[in-house]
Design a protein. Structure first.
Length: 157
C-alpha cells in the first residue's frame, strides 16, 4: 500500500526538505529541478565496481534550461530520506509526459538519504525553469531486511 502525501511530506521534511504547499499531493510529494547535466564522458559498470562518467552542468538561459531532444541527468532540488519499512518510487509528472519528455529512476531503498538524480529524456525541445516541479515521489510499505548503505548514501547533502 502506498503512503499518503502527508506521510511522504513528513518523511522528507524530517530529512531536511523545505517543501511548499504546491508540492504536497494526495499520494506523494512533487520533486523539483535542482540542476541539469549532460554526460561528457563514458561511465563504467563492472562486476567489481562502477564509475559515473563526468558530466557538465548546464546553465539556465533567460531563467530556464533550454533543452533540445536528447538525454540529460536531472538532480532534484530536495533532500530525500526514505524511512525504514518503506520503498520510494519517483515518477514523472503528467505535464512532463504531455510535453514528450519522461524521467527514469531507480528504486530508492529504505534508509536512503540524499539528493537523488534521474535520467531526463527529452523527446521534443522544452524549457524547464529551475525549481519547477517535474517528478512525484511516492512511498510504499516494504518488507525487507536491513537498509540502504551503498555508494550513493548521503549524495548531494
Amino acid at each position: 500500500m502506498f503512503d499518503s502525501g502527508a506521510t511522504v511530506a513528513a518523511a522528507l521534511e524530517a530529512g531536511g526538505a523545505d517543501l511548499d504547499d504546491g508540492q504536497r499531493q494526495p499520494n506523494g510529494v512533487d520533486l523539483t529541478v535542482g540542476a541539469v547535466f549532460e554526460q561528457a564522458e563514458p561511465g563504467a559498470i563492472r562486476r567489481d565496481g562502477k564509475r559515473v562518467g563526468e558530466r557538465e552542468a548546464l546553465e539556465p538561459e533567460g531563467g530556464a534550461y533550454r533543452l533540445e531532444a536528447g538525454t540529460y541527468v536531472v538532480r532534484y532540488g530536495e533532500p530525500v530520506r526514505i524511512p525504514d519499512e518503506r520503498i520510494g518510487f519517483v515518477l514523472p509528472r503528467s505535464t512532463l509526459l504531455r510535453n514528450s519528455c519522461t524521467l527514469d529512476t531507480a528504486v530508492w531503498d529504505a534508509g536512503y538519504e540524499g539528493v537523488g538524480e534521474g535520467r531526463l529524456d527529452v523527446g521534443h525541445a522544452i524549457a524547464i525553469e529551475p525549481g519547477a516541479r517535474i517528478a512525484q515521489l511516492v512511498l510504499a510499505a516494504a518488507d525487507h531486511e536491513g537498509s540502504y548503505d551503498g555508494a550513493y548514501q548521503g549524495e548531494g547533502l
